[in-house]
Ligand binder design. Structure first.
Ligand SMILES: [Zn+2]
Length: 81
């Protein structure tokens, strides 16, 4: 089953099959796995994909700020994926 990954840097989606260390083709950043898999992804509308991307983006930005503030709490709060 294909998995859907998203880039934390440029927010491009990428489909990956059984690769734990997926890398973004655009910027070389390590990809994060999305909450949904390929079967769900192909049934999503463009709007839904954009919406997920926007939410992910907000989460990444909020997370990034949090990491800067309290680096020691990273492990307990870094499990959102
Ligand atoms: Zn990227």
């Amino acid at each position: 089953m294909l998995k859907i990954y998203i880039c934390p840097e440029c927010y491009n989606y990428r489909m990956v099959s059984r690769k734990p260390d997926a890398i973004c083709l655009h910027c070389g950043e390590r990809l994060e796995q999305c909450d949904f898999d390929y079967g769900v992804y192909i049934n999503m509308t463009e709007n839904e994909r954009n919406e997920y991307r926007e939410n992910y983006k907000k989460r990444m930005l909020a997370y990034g700020e949090k990491v800067l503030e309290v680096k020691s709490k990273e492990t307990s709060e870094g499990t959102f994926l």
